[in-house]
Structures are given as C-alpha cells and as structure tokens.
Write a protein that binds this ligand. Structure first.
Ligand SMILES: N[C@@H](CCC(=O)NCCCC(=O)O)C(=O)O
Length: 240
C-alpha cells in the first residue's frame, strides 16, 4: 500500500505555453529510476523542464549541503538521467529556471547556491508582491551576438523577470552561453551539438503570448518537437 500524500504538479502557465507551442502537454511524474528515461522518450516529442521553488541537491554538482535548503531529490533523480538520454536520442529540450539549472548540472556544470551572497553579483531573487510584481521585468539580458537566441528573437537585449536565488557557477561541457545579465551571470545557453536544446534562467512562460521574444522561443521549441514527431513517425526511426 502507498499512502503518500505528495503531489506531482506543474503550474498552469507552463501547460499554457506548451499548448501555445502547438504541443499536447503531458506531465511526467518524478518517479526517479522506477521508469527508465527511454520509456518516457519513446512517448514524447520534446521535454519542457519547468521551474520549481525547489533546489537541486548540491552533491549533484560537487557542492556542500546547506541547512534548511528545500531540495527535491526525486525530481533530480528523474530529470538528470532524462536530460542525458534526451540529448542522446535527439529529443528537443527547453529548460526554464530550475530546468535551466538541471541541464547545466546534467552536463557537469555547477551552481552558485546563493547569488545574493556573492560580491559583485546582483540579487536575482523575486520581489515580494502579487504575481504581476514577482514575474515583472527585473533586469536586462544581453543576447550573444549571432547566437541562436539572438537570431530567433532578433533583439540585442531583452528585459526579463528573475525568480531565482541560485545560478550558474561553471557552465557544463558542451554548453554555449546565449545571454548574460549585467553582472555577467549566464542567463541562457544552448547545447552545442543538439538540434534544439535551449535553456533560460528567466520565465518566458509567464504571459508568453504577450511577449514577442517568448513567443519566438516557444514557437522554435514547438517546431523542433514537430521535427522530432516526424522522426518518431518514420519506420526504422532512431530508437530513444
Ligand atoms: N532552485 C532555484 C529554483 C528557481 C525556480 O525555478 N523558480 C521558479 C519558481 C516558480 C515558477 O516555476 O514559476 C533557485 O531558486 O535558484
């Protein structure tokens, strides 16, 4: 008998953005090793790695446990192997906030556990207030000239929201920076050799339909998922 009272959930803004990208969203529960990554990858055409208030366990990237930290070991045990398997299978990825941090860690990168305690870095935590305030524009990011996001969005700079206390300390091998905050923090990257594997530290899913840059990002993710769907539908396709 399982009498667990835990919920596996996702905020509706992610579901709305996945629908807006042309997808049929399905929530993958945090089951860790109970279901092999290949089982999920045979059933989906893309992975949207969402934000969450929880942190990645620091031992996943060589860090020290922090007293009182809200970690989610079950999610780590699900997403980190899934990310590696998705890249091997050519499944498109879009990582947001915690999802951005997860892709970095899956590629061997590390995180700064508290940006606001690091001299020279901005405080990237959300302001207090209603959702409009918390998800409101917080700082600019500069897109790397000629990078994927720069070409997709067609702007040199964006104003983005900011709801994270952690951030990239070292970028994982095989990842390429795509955007920086004014303090130099990497705010977006792509996986160098992937068809589409992009991650952003901000929240483009928040009112994505009202924001041309967010629309462009989700449209590109949707198009990559449809390319993967076409590969799925081909006889003799590459197994996940
Ligand atoms: N551990 C991270 C998580 C930040 C994050 O994903 N925040 C999103 C919160 C809710 C949402 O999905 O909108 C950190 O604090 O750095």
């Amino acid at each position: 008998m399982n009498d667990s009272q835990f919920f596996h959930l996702v905020t509706e803004k992610y579901i709305a953005a996945a629908l807006g990208a042309g997808g049929v969203p399905v929530l993958i529960p945090a089951l860790g090793e109970t279901v092999a990554p290949q089982e999920w990858l045979a059933r989906v055409d893309g992975l949207l790695l969402t934000g969450s208030p929880s942190n990645i366990e620091p031992q996943r990237y060589g860090g020290m446990p922090v007293d009182g930290d809200f970690n989610d070991a079950q999610r780590d045990a699900t997403t980190l192997p899934l990310i590696r398997a998705a890249i091997d299978a050519g499944v498109p990825l879009l990582g947001i906030c915690r999802g951005f941090q997860e892709i970095n860690v899956a590629f061997g990168g590390s995180l700064n556990p508290a940006l606001h305690d690091s001299p020279g870095l901005l405080d990237h935590r959300e302001p207090k207030g209603a959702a409009d305030v918390r998800y409101g524009p917080a700082h600019p990011v500069t897109l790397v000239p000629g990078g994927l996001l720069h070409r997709l969005i067609g702007e040199d700079e964006l104003r983005v929201n900011s709801l994270h206390k952690q951030g990239i300390a070292t970028l994982g091998r095989g990842l390429v920076a795509e955007a920086h905050a004014p303090d130099g923090l990497i705010e977006a990257f792509r996986v160098a050799d992937a068809d589409f594997a992009v991650a952003v530290q901000w929240h483009p899913e928040w009112r994505f339909a009202d924001n041309p840059a967010s629309r462009a990002l989700f449209a590109a993710f949707g198009a990559a998922c449809r390319r993967q769907q076409a590969r799925h539908d081909q006889p003799g396709r590459r197994p996940a």
